[in-house]
Design a protein around this ligand. Structure first.
Ligand code: OAD
Length: 245
């Protein structure tokens, strides 16, 4: 089964941890997944960070370290190629924080759960900044807060449970769907379909008249919401999926 792309098609892609599995990045909910070995409330909530910021930074420092040792796989590269061919008729939304899409060459990219390689302040609204360092001791203070007599601490610029997604990023996605006017194709790849709002994009795409595709190693929670389901590893499926008309 192939996904036909012609000169009018607008392609919105959503990726999850599965697209990076063949690069050696652990997914979240599979056996040996990241959430199997680390309680979510300790390492992926603002309350966990308040309770033990050293533990949280050790966890993210380790993820930073590992993410630097892996490489994009043919699935990432196929999406970067689609980006290059389609230009502004293409948008990639990823829940992944590993930076592999960018390293593969994707440019029209919205990282809705943030990035492992950015840091921000836990208190003040300063913009996230690029940061690859590993913090193993006390979390570093925010310099901008310090000059104002506050004691903000730096934290990973990833979205945690209980936090809202950046409204500017969400409206970029909604605008893409609205502007597609009958030419929308939505493709979800490597995601279990349980974390919202990403899991609801298929419903939004269908409401806009879009054709919807899922590429996943196993059935996802919301498989029935899609018109087409291609079961298999994305590193093998994606390079063969598109039929360029
Ligand atoms: P999950 O771990 O929940 O799901 C990964 C999905 O990828 C599963 O359905 C697997 O069957 C599938 N999969 C595994 N290997 C694959 C492969 N080689 N090719 C294709 N599919 C494969 O990961 P996400 O859906 O990304 O959020 O999780 C969503 C969010 O939940 C994450 O962004 C993270 C997590 O908690 C936050 O941290 C806020």
């Amino acid at each position: 089964m192939r996904l036909r792309v012609d000169g009018d098609t607008r392609l919105l892609v959503l990726t999850g941890a599965g697209v990076s599995a063949e690069s050696g990045v652990p997914t979240f909910r599979d056996a040996n997944g990241l959430w199997e070995s680390h309680p979510i409330e300790q390492v992926a909530t603002p309350e966990g960070f308040d309770a033990d910021p050293r533990l949280v930074w050790r966890f993210y420092s380790e993820r930073r370290r590992k993410a630097k040792t892996v490489h994009p796989n043919p699935g990432h590269l196929a999406l970067a190629e689609a980006d290059g061919r389609m230009g502004d008729r293409f948008l990639l939304v990823t829940q992944n924080v590993d930076g592999l899409h960018r390293r593969a060459g994707s440019r029209r990219l919205v990282e809705i759960h943030g990035s492992l390689f950015e840091t921000r302040c836990s208190v003040c609204p300063r913009a996230p900044f690029p940061d690859e360092r590993e913090y193993l001791g006390d979390p570093p203070p925010c310099e901008e807060c310090r000059t104002r007599g506050r004691d903000g601490r730096l934290r990973p610029a990833v979205v945690w449970f209980g936090e809202v997604l950046d409204p500017a990023r969400l409206s970029q996605i909604s605008s893409f769907i609205d502007d597609a006017r009958g030419q929308l194709v939505f493709l979800a790849v490597g995601t279990s379909g349980v974390v919202y709002p990403a899991a609801g994009l298929v419903v939004q795409a269908r409401a806009a008249g879009g054709e919807t595709w899922l590429v996943n190693a196993e059935a996802a929670d919301n498989t029935r919401a899609f018109h087409h389901f291609v079961k298999g590893p994305s590193g093998k499926v994606l390079p063969e999926l598109f039929e360029w008309a």
